[in-house]
Ligand binder design. Structure first.
Ligand SMILES: [Fe+2]
Length: 320
């Protein structure tokens, strides 16, 4: 029996009858082959192929893939030590400690005075840029583990580092990368105006609370605008990082390329970071699970940019 699957669903042991370049049905002839190794999977994912037809009589079936299990803090810490040396982890932790006072200032000014501390934000971004240049993988990996009081701080830092690293992988200039990093750092600043009750609520939000949460992109945009120093790209990230490519997002309901490019990048980095964040006693999605979920969420993201994120950040081994 034959099945058509997306390339991100490919696994070692599958037997590929056909590969397809564009939308479903846009087939290009190729000799049938067996996926023998992860490098076969990476090669196909890095190519223009969008979907493949597998023969489940000759290879493994899609359904044999495990359901998302996630991982807890202990298993993640063990895995961290398999990927990075203790020195690399120590350097990443040191970088986070150095960024800490500047980013905490940005968050507390937003919280207490509803204003944007542009000076400390710029310093934080410079440090994130240099730490990412040194070892982005370790920095982003260490920031995944979040204690309760570190969630906003480390999410902002990690999204900024992801934006900087993705920007570099896409060939942007250092000035452009600085804007991406600053946008990532302040994308959720509007959330600092919400009450603690809403921010720390673990249960389902009421409709009224959800309505308040959905105001944070606009509130963040207004707060950062008032400082009068932030470039348009940074404001666009604040305001539009919850837009969806199919127009189903908020606050503007913008679709496709009407969503600023930088905000389409931010949407990918923001969701990836949120899905893979590990908290004490709470399992998180693994990188593979998170990417599978994002690639199987049609209409949410700019597909071309998501595939660039997967090939340049994930398959390349830049982030773990
Ligand atoms: Fe947000």
């Amino acid at each position: 029996m034959q099945k058509r699957i997306q390339v991100n669903q490919l696994r070692v042991g599958m037997f590929v009858e056909d590969v397809e370049l564009g939308g479903y049905g846009d087939a290009t002839r190729s000799e049938p082959f067996l996926i023998r190794s992860n490098s076969d999977v990476r090669r196909i994912m890095a190519s223009p192929v969008k979907s493949v037809v597998i023969n489940v009589a000759k290879g493994i079936d899609l359904d044999r893939n495990p359901a998302p299990q996630g991982e807890d803090a202990a298993s993640y810490k063990a895995r961290l030590l398999m990927v990075f040396t203790p020195q690399e982890i120590g350097r990443a932790r040191q970088s986070i400690r150095e960024i800490d006072p500047y980013l905490r200032q940005v968050l507390s000014d937003a919280r207490l005075q509803a204003c944007f501390a542009d000076g400390p934000a710029s310093t934080a971004v410079e440090r994130i840029m240099s730490a990412s240049l040194e070892n982005a993988g370790a920095l982003i990996a260490v920031a995944k583990l979040k204690e309760k009081d570190e969630v906003t701080f480390l999410h902002s830092l990690a999204v900024s580092a992801l934006m900087v690293t993705l920007g570099r992988s896409l060939g942007h200039s250092e000035d452009e990368i600085r804007l991406l990093g600053l946008g990532g750092l302040v994308h959720d600043l509007g959330k600092m105006t919400l009450s603690d009750d809403i921010l720390t609520k673990t249960g389902k939000l009421t409709a009224k609370e959800m309505e308040l949460v959905r105001q944070h992109p606009q509130l963040g945009y207004e707060m950062v605008s008032r400082a009068g120093t932030a470039p348009k790209e940074v404001l666009d990230i604040c305001r539009y990082h919850h837009e969806r490519y199919d127009g189903g997002g908020y606050p503007g309901g913008l679709s496709g390329r009407k969503i600023p490019y930088v905000a389409r990048l931010a949407a990918i980095c923001d969701v990836y970071e949120a899905l893979t964040t590990i908290r004490p006693y709470k399992r998180a999605f693994t990188q593979t699970e998170a990417i599978n979920m994002m690639m199987n969420s049609p209409g949410h993201f700019d597909a071309k940019l998501l595939s660039a994120f997967v090939s340049r950040m994930v398959i390349s081994g830049t982030i773990h």
